[in-house]
Write a protein that binds this ligand. Structure first.
Ligand code: HEC
Length: 124
């Protein structure tokens, strides 16, 4: 009986996650963005940084998920974490920071683009 209940709970939880994810993509479409990691793209939040966040971070750091109480949905939220050095610390997996994304590191060119964005003064 116990096992059955946990199984049902697991299925319901997975189901809800699925719905949330579908709805999130509807609410925040990638605007036809294809993550080619093109370093020649104009390097500002709207053209590059936002898409890296949407593709790699937002599943755990949206307004409603908020893992570690970190939200990376808007320009000012991302800028705030970048300005303290935390953003590059986590994506470069430096000691003293939680490595992010937890499982697989960003591609080198994504990391370089984030660094360029910061070096350029984090334009919106
Ligand atoms: C699979 C879920 C998941 C993904 C994807 C993810 N994170 Fe996290 N993140 C977490 C969790 C969980 C924590 C809290 C870790 C802790 O406090 O132990 C966290 C914490 C953080 C923190 C605070 C780190 C610290 O040292 O306190 C930052 C900044 C962060 N994430 C940024 C990012 C960025 C940027 C990305 C995308 C490149 C990302 N995360 C992708 C789950 C995720």
């Amino acid at each position: 009986m116990r096992k059955k209940i946990s199984l049902i709970l697991a299925i319901v939880t997975l189901g809800l996650d699925g719905c949330y994810y579908d709805r999130f993509n509807e609410l925040h479409p990638l605007d036809g963005y294809v993550n080619t990691c093109d370093e020649t793209l104009p390097d500002n939040y709207q053209s590059v940084t936002r898409n890296i966040m949407l593709s790699n971070c937002i599943s755990c750091h949206s307004n409603s998920v908020r893992q570690g109480d970190v939200v990376l949905e808007t320009y000012s939220q991302v800028k705030q974490h970048a300005a303290t050095g935390e953003l590059m610390g986590v994506v470069r997996r430096q000691s003293g920071y939680q490595p992010m994304p937890p499982e697989t590191a960003l591609r080198g060119c994504d990391i370089e683009q984030l660094q360029q964005w910061i070096d350029n003064g984090m334009p919106e």
